[in-house]
Ligand binder design. Structure first.
Ligand code: FMN
Length: 215
């Protein structure tokens, strides 16, 4: 590979996500699980499927998630502390002071979230040092109002009322001018927008770097 793990993480950090906490009851009646997860995505409408990627080393191990239902708690913009709390592996008393209700089967549902998706595990796929957990949504609740907690370039953020709608996916866009640039590997890549207008790239920064894994 022509890049290391740090570079890979930084590149992935450009992709803004929301934040969820995946919760599940313990099988033996012990303390439930809660893990901060931003690799969450919807998969299918019919049937309603979602996915998230879970580190093989997680407390909530792939073996455990395979055998029980779980909830995806979508965090609101004022819940960064909860995200940090459930990302810690050293917390002794994880649920002390955490406001949460329970689904009928005991799965914790965190208070104050924008949405809760209660899921049964549909499939688990290999994903390198993670597994890809596909869940079938069995029930849900969600809020019409409220803003999501965001995560980009390793920082939490919020949009609040600053969100500026640019377009809806159904809108017909005006196609911007396209410029062709060379990558380090010599392939031609079409670029649009700021980067195509300035040889320095957006906002006078260095031109984009193209790194490719060696085959
Ligand atoms: C913003 C953020 C997003 C995260 N997303 C994921 C994720 O998608 N998948 C995952 O397995 N761990 C993710 N983590 C790491 C876990 O929340 C947790 O830190 C890790 O599992 C260590 O805890 P454990 O070993 O006790 O489970 C994320 C952490 C943070 C702070």
């Amino acid at each position: 590979m022509s890049f290391d793990v740090k570079t890979f993480r930084r590149a992935m950090g450009c992709f803004a996500t929301g934040i969820t906490v995946v919760t599940a009851a313990s099988a033996d009646g012990g303390e439930p699980f809660g893990v901060t997860i931003n690799s969450f995505a919807s998969v299918s409408l019919e049937p309603p499927l979602v996915l998230f990627c879970l580190a093989r080393s997680s407390r909530l191990s792939p073996d455990m998630i395979a055998t029980r239902s779980f909830a995806v708690n979508v965090l609101a913009e004022d819940q960064a502390p909860l995200s940090m709390h459930f990302a810690r592996s050293d917390s002794q008393r994880r649920w002390t002071g955490v406001a949460a209700g329970r689904h009928d089967d005991g799965t914790p549902l965190l208070a104050g979230c924008l949405a809760h998706l209660h899921c049964t595990t549909e499939a688990i796929h290999d994903g390198g040092d993670h597994v890809i957990v596909v869940g079938r949504v069995q029930s849900l609740d969600w809020q019409h109002d409220g803003h999501p907690l965001l995560y980009v370039r390793g920082r939490y953020g919020r949009l609040g009322d600053l969100f500026v709608p640019v377009a809806a996916p159904g809108d017909v866009p005006a196609v911007p001018a396209v410029t062709t640039v060379e990558t380090v590997s010599g392939d031609a890549v079409a670029m649009t927008g700021e980067a195509s207008r300035s040889p320095q790239g957006p906002s006078g920064t260095a031109p984009p770097k193209w790194a490719t894994p060696s085959r």
